[in-house]
Ligand binder design. Sequence first.
Ligand SMILES: Cc1cc2nc3c(=O)[nH]c(=O)nc-3n(C[C@H](O)[C@H](O)[C@H](O)COP(=O)(O)O)c2cc1C
Length: 175
Amino acid sequence: MKKILAFAGSNSSQSINYQLLNYTASLINEVEVKVLDIKKWDVPIYSLDMDPDQTPDLIASLIKQIQEHDGFIIASPEHNGGTPAFLKNILDWLSRRGEKVFSNKPVFMMSTSPGPGAGATNLKYLIHSLPYQGASIAATYTLPSFYDNFKEGTVQGDYLGQLKESIGEFVEALK
Ligand SMILES: Cc1cc2nc3c(=O)[nH]c(=O)nc-3n(C[C@H](O)[C@H](O)[C@H](O)COP(=O)(O)O)c2cc1C
């Protein structure tokens, strides 16, 4: 069975992107999904001074887990139209410890926010930039106005159909 690693780029204990990610994971049956909770990860800010020898244990463990999985789901919040520093730092570390860490494996990129924009500006940036790190973007999904469209633990209305469609595209790409 194919193995998927899923994480969100949020360090908020109440993260709505993790809520969306966990819900998405619950809809996937055909493959094994591991949701990695990185909310409490305390990773030092990357500096060239730490190259090449000083790699935080958390980054080393993430690289190992990425190598052991067949595909990835990454949910990202948006901060001021960009990638939250918390996630950007982790991606910068990964880029310095392996040129194509995602090894051309399928990646499902998603985002949500409380507002109507759904974090789509940042998601567009990540969809553009992550292929430089070897991500093969197989599916995307944005959920706007989280608190209106995610109720009682479920994505509402048409957004649920769109999510299932994106999951289908992602699972297909794993084959
Ligand atoms: C510093 C900061 C900047 C933010 N900028 C944006 C933004 O540009 N676009 C947006 O849709 N939401 C923005 N938000 C609201 C986030 O979408 C909201 O905090 C959301 O809950 C973040 O996702 P998370 O709960 O998974 O961490 C911002 C929040 C913070 C704290």
